[in-house]
Design a protein around this ligand. Structure first.
Ligand code: NG6
Ligand code: CA
Length: 520
């Protein structure tokens, strides 16, 4: 009898241990599932420079929300966009391929066909294979359709055909037609009785233009930007029809924020990837009324304050939904800063002591550092230990690194798997990289920057930016000369030859290219 009680007791104990260990196991499986499939959000500014945020040394502009992200995550001081303009950088970001490998990866008009091959692997495609829902909200600028795009039908191929389950975009840039939002390939609010026509060569009869109707403008053009007028702002390209569908520029930031927040709420139960592509501070700078005057720097500063606020609100949503500890946020910009980019918007007059490029030389369109070295931040509450990283890293590396994060074996040759660097666990980053600016390329390796000779003006006089064109090679030691003032090409010929050889190994012989390149 005594024995049988003991036996029963033992049996129950074993059963209990088995049940408990099973539970424990399922808990571990659940946790690791969450860990390997965190939500991923890329917040991508348009033309935001290296010196534009408090956390990166700005003293004249307040960016409390971006600073919180930077100070609560890893703030990279050697983080790069692949190119000094938009389309190529975005191409590289999504595909993990150097943009200069694709001859169509140049600033695109609003009628350009899609430049990502629908058979090509992309970040959203890769993540989809690992159970992610994928969305893009904001600026696209990678082309739509396959030529002669018709805005009155479903527009395809586009973001939905290269990996995004959901897309709500502006086609090209805020200053280019068509000035309408496109959701999953359909123009939002399109009235079939008022079809849209778009042309980048000639105007439609009787339609006003910035050039011919200056009296209709609330913002004047400085260079370019004198075609169709929408919302009192002259644009690049001609457009007719689609009145009800045209966006109101001043509402754009709220419009995209609301949609990005709705996306998060809708998909919070599954792992999601959101590419939230802000339109600021690209031209035309059109802050909402509540931000007008907020920076004391005119519309350019005001839209940076606006963008900062949008990021803060977006993060609040992640927090309110309980997702902040399970979301990796990457913040960066597609290229360096430009002050006057084609409109009279007081950006030059009211700049004061603000230095959009910080200590760097050049800006948007330039092969000097400010063209491509941009703010780059990774933030993951409770996972990433806050810090500053000097490690060299490129947005190009996100493809392979995010693949590493979710356990995908997909890699591209150009994209390095640097997940531990992005997560602040390693300083073993890139040693070398080719950078691009308006079809020209240059090279960074170690502490050195090498710029081959290029024809064309040294300065783009419209935007007042040094482009880095020169008759001879340029070589800078960024460790002691971050402002690229001391060209060492002549004084250090061995280093120059070493740099040229390493550059050509990736890019091919330089001499082939110099003649072909022209300034856009
Ligand atoms: C340039 C535009 C500039 C901007 C840029 C694209 C002119 C004179 N300048 O051609 O205003 O739109 O293209 O910027 O038209 S990007 O950030 O999308 O690359
Ligand atoms: Ca840009």
């Amino acid at each position: 009898m005594k024995n049988s009680i003991n036996f029963k007791f033992l049996f129950c104990l074993i059963a209990l241990i088995v049940v408990m260990s099973c539970k424990e196991e399922s808990k571990t499986v659940e946790t690791s599932h969450e860990e390997t499939k965190p939500n991923i959000v890329i917040i991508y500014a348009d033309d935001l420079g290296y010196g534009e945020m408090g956390a990166y040394g700005a003293t004249e502009l307040e960016t409390p929300n971006l600073d919180r992200l930077a100070n609560g995550g890893i703030r990279f001081t050697n983080g790069y966009a692949s190119s000094a303009t938009c389309t190529p950088s975005r191409y590289a970001l999504l595909t993990g391929i150097y943009p200069w490998r694709n001859k169509n990866a140049k600033i695109l008009p609003g009628t350009a066909p899609l430049i990502i091959d629908t058979a090509q692997i992309t970040i959203p495609k890769m993540l989809k294979k690992h159970g992610y829902h994928t969305g893009i909200v904001g600026k696209w600028h990678l082309g739509l359709g396959s030529g002669n795009v018709n805005c009155n039908e479903r527009i395809a191929p586009g973001p939905n055909e290269v990996g995004f389950d959901y897309s709500h975009i502006l086609a090209a840039t805020q200053d280019r037609v068509p000035t309408v939002y496109i959701e999953d390939g359909h123009v939002v609010n399109l009235d079939p009785n008022d079809p849209i026509e778009v042309n980048y060569q000639e105007n439609f009869e009787g339609e006003p233009t910035g050039l011919e109707n200056p009296e209709m403008l609330k913002m004047k053009w400085h260079h370019g930007h004198n075609n169709s007028i929408v919302n009192g702002i002259p644009r690049i390209g001609f457009m007719k029809g689609g009145e009800a569908a045209k966006w109101v520029d001043e509402d754009m930031a709220d419009y995209f924020l609301t949609d990005a927040q709705a996306y998060v709420k809708k998909h919070k139960e599954e792992p999601f990837f959101l590419y939230y592509a802000l339109q600021q501070p690209h031209v035309p700078r059109t802050p909402h009324a509540r931000f007008v005057g907020s920076s004391g720097m005119g519309p350019r500063g005001d839209v940076i304050v606006e963008a900062d606020w949008m990021v803060g609100e977006f993060i609040k949503t992640l927090e309110a939904e309980g997702l902040l500890e399970n979301t990796l946020i990457v913040f960066s910009s597609d290229n360096g800063p430009v002050v006057n980019d084609g409109y009279y918007d007081e950006s030059v007059e009211k700049l004061g002591n603000h230095k959009p490029a910080g200590v760097l030389r050049g800006g948007k369109y330039s092969l000097f550092e400010a063209g491509t070295r941009v703010p780059l931040i990774t933030y993951w509450k409770g996972k990433i230990k806050p810090g500053v990283s000097k490690t060299m890293i490129s947005q190009l590396d996100l493809f392979s690194s995010l693949a590493g994060l979710v356990g995908s074996s997909e890699r591209t040759n150009d994209s390095n798997e640097l997940l531990d660097v992005f997560l602040g666990k390693s300083n073993d980053g890139r040693d070398e990289m080719v950078i691009e600016a308006t079809s020209r390329t240059a090279f960074r390796k170690g502490v050195w920057a090498m710029i081959p000779p290029y024809k064309g003006p040294a300065v783009n006089k419209y935007v007042n930016i040094e482009l880095a064109n020169a008759d001879d090679y340029q070589l800078y030691n960024l460790k002691v000369d971050i402002g690229q003032q001391n060209n060492m090409a002549e004084s250090n010929p061995e280093k120059l030859q070493e740099m040229i050889a390493a550059y050509e190994a990736i890019r091919g012989p330089v001499s082939d290219k110099i003649e072909q390149l022209e300034l856009k």
